[in-house]
Structure formats: structure tokens, C-alpha cells
Design a protein around this ligand. Structure first.
Ligand SMILES: NC(=O)C1=CN([C@@H]2O[C@H](COP(=O)(O)OP(=O)(O)OC[C@H]3O[C@@H](n4cnc5c(N)ncnc54)[C@H](OP(=O)(O)O)[C@@H]3O)[C@@H](O)[C@H]2O)C=CC1
Ligand SMILES: O=C(O)[C@@H]1CCC=N1
Length: 274
């Protein structure tokens, strides 16, 4: 079974670990994550899935074949410096850190280390993730295949060129947060109109799931699917008019631009501090 280590056992690391176990790709006993000792939530989250947590980044590398870099972008270099003496030829490194380029990661590990940069999202926890990845200069076809297998076990996964990574981060990496705000707002509106809150969350969440599944399964244009819901002089047209009046589309488009730009800024600031 695959031995997977997480440098950084936070929220994204835990979501992937739990998803990989649920998919049967590995078991808790083959997973190890590094956590800050005071970070009891992270330690407990890995314990709850039968995995080991440690305070030592080199120990994570020593115990694993695939090492997932899941610390915040600003600590990637520090963590790799600590882990470097433990890196051997067998290791495949997969970084999920926002904005950190393949070049920046490859500079921090021994020459020839096989590195992949990926962008997953937290719904990997329930195996409904959306991920992309790009291979580094030493990664081979078998590394790409392992990465695809890992991420496809917890959702969909596409191989893309690296220049798309920041925009992907703005879309599917950050996207769950935009959708949670939408679900909250839908429920708040429904409660305002008299629905009990539990029912409102349930209906709002299932509506998001159902609409997304319609786009994936029917392959129809989202505009056509929208038209199919919108009866002449009906309630949906009234709701859509209000959304457009409040700048719904431009708010979403602007959010993607802001998130993408933040990734680019992060990459630049890491470059400048090296
Ligand atoms: N959350 C998400 O939806 C997504 C996140 N990502 C990427 O995943 C990475 C992690 O994000 P996320 O899980 O949200 O962040 P978290 O802060 O939840 O996780 C990072 C973890 O690393 C720990 N950590 C900090 N310093 C060290 C260290 N020196 N050695 C070992 N562990 C350390 C943190 O501990 P402490 O909290 O005590 O500092 C924390 O538990 C980021 O690079 C992010 O860009 C990518 C896609 C989606
Ligand atoms: O907010 C962040 O920086 C990370 C990257 C994508 C999702 N969460």
C-alpha cells in the first residue's frame, strides 16, 4: 500500500488523507503528517483516521514514498530545508501550496528530485474534489500516473500546463468557499421568507450539488440549463433580475481575478525573499 506523508497536517492535508483512505488507496497506518505540537486540532484530525502525527519533518519523509507538501506557501522553503537530508531517490514530492512554482520547489530539494505541483480542493474529503497537476523537470510518466490515481480517487483530476495553476487556484482551489457563502446566503434568504433553517441549508446544498451535476452529466451549456429553469414571467426570472441588478456575475468574475492575482503576488514575494 502507498505510504503517504504530509509535510503540514492542516485542513487540506487532512482532507486528502481522509479521501485517500476512503478510496482504499492507502490506510491510516501508512499515513504520517507533521503537525506543530500546539496544534491539537491537526494532531487529533490525523489520529481520528488512524494516522501518525509527528513534530519532525524529516521523519515524515523517511516514513513515506509520496510526500505531499501541505504547509502554507510562506513556510514551504523552511520545511523543505529541514526535510532535505532525508530525501532519497524513491521519493515523489507533490506540492499543493498556492502560488509556489515548480522552479521554487525544485530549488529547495536535492537536484533530480521528482516534483509535481498540484492544486486540489477540500471536497477531496468526501471524494468530490477537483484537482489539477503539472509535472516538474525530473518527474516521469509513472509519477504523473500515481498523481492522477491519487487525485482521481478523491474526485476529478486534469493535467495542465503550469501557467494555468494560479487561475485554477482562484477557481476550484478557493471555489468551495465562494459556494459556502452562496449556500449561507440562499439559506438566509429562505429563512427570511419563512423556511426553517435546517431545511433551508439542506435544500440550498442539494441545489448546488444538483446544478453542478447537471452541468457535468448533460454537457449542456450552463446558459441553456438556466433558461430551462426560467419560465416566462415566472419566479426565477424575478430572482435573476435581482441578482444581475446587484452585480452577481461581475462579483464572481472579480473574485476569481482577485484570488488569481493573490497567487501571483505570493509567488513573486517568495522569489524576492530567496
Ligand atoms: N485549504 C484549502 O482549501 C486548500 C489549501 N491549499 C494549500 O494547502 C496548503 C495548506 O493549507 P491549509 O491546509 O489550508 O492550511 P493549514 O494552516 O490548515 O495547514 C498547514 C499546517 O501546517 C502546519 N505547519 C506550520 N508550520 C509547520 C512546520 N514548520 N512544519 C510542519 N507543519 C507546519 C500548520 O500548523 P499551525 O496551524 O500550528 O501553524 C498547519 O497545521 C497551503 O499551501 C494552501 O495553499 C491548496 C488547495 C486548497
Ligand atoms: O486560501 C488559500 O490560500 C488556499 C489556496 C486555495 C484554497 N485555499
Amino acid at each position: 500500500m502507498l505510504k503517504v506523508g504530509f509535510l503540514g497536517g492542516g485542513r487540506m492535508g487532512h482532507a486528502m488523507a481522509k479521501g485517500f483512505i476512503a478510496a482504499g488507496l492507502t490506510k491510516g497506518e501508512h499515513i504520517i503528517a507533521s503537525c506543530i505540537p500546539e496544534d491539537k486540532i491537526s494532531v487529533e484530525s490525523f489520529k481520528s483516521i488512524g494516522a501518525t502525527s509527528t513534530f519532525s519533518n524529516p521523519q515524515v519523509v523517511e516514513s513515506s514514498d509520496v510526500v505531499i507538501i501541505a504547509v502554507k506557501p510562506t513556510v514551504v522553503r523552511t520545511v523543505l530545508n529541514e526535510a532535505k537530508p532525508a530525501i532519497k531517490d524513491r521519493h515523489l514530492f507533490i506540492s499543493v501550496a498556492m502560488g509556489v512554482s515548480l522552479k521554487q520547489i525544485e530549488q529547495a530539494v536535492p537536484k533530480g528530485t521528482r516534483v509535481i505541483r498540484a492544486m486540489p480542493n477540500t471536497p477531496a474529503l468526501v471524494r468530490r474534489g477537483a484537482s489539477v497537476f503539472v509535472c516538474g523537470s525530473s518527474a516521469n510518466e509513472s509519477d504523473a500516473a500515481i498523481t492522477k490515481k491519487l487525485f482521481e480517487s478523491v474526485g476529478i483530476c486534469e493535467q495542465v500546463p503550469e501557467y494555468l495553476l494560479d487561475a485554477v487556484t482562484g477557481l476550484s482551489g478557493s471555489g468551495p468557499a465562494y459556494i459556502y457563502v452562496l449556500i449561507e446566503a440562499l439559506a438566509d434568504g429562505a429563512v427570511r421568507m419563512g423556511l426553517p433553517r435546517d431545511l433551508a441549508y439542506k435544500l440550498a446544498a442539494q441545489t448546488v450539488v444538483g446544478a453542478g451535476q447537471m452541468v457535468l452529466d448533460t454537457k449542456e451549456h450552463p446558459g441553456q440549463l438556466k433558461d430551462n429553469v426560467t419560465s416566462p414571467a415566472g419566479s426565477t426570472a424575478a430572482g435573476l433580475y435581482w441578482l444581475e441588478k446587484c452585480g452577481y456575475r461581475s462579483a464572481v468574475i472579480g473574485a476569481l481575478e482577485a484570488a488569481t492575482n493573490k497567487c501571483k503576488e505570493m509567488g513573486k514575494s517568495i522569489e524576492q525573499s530567496s
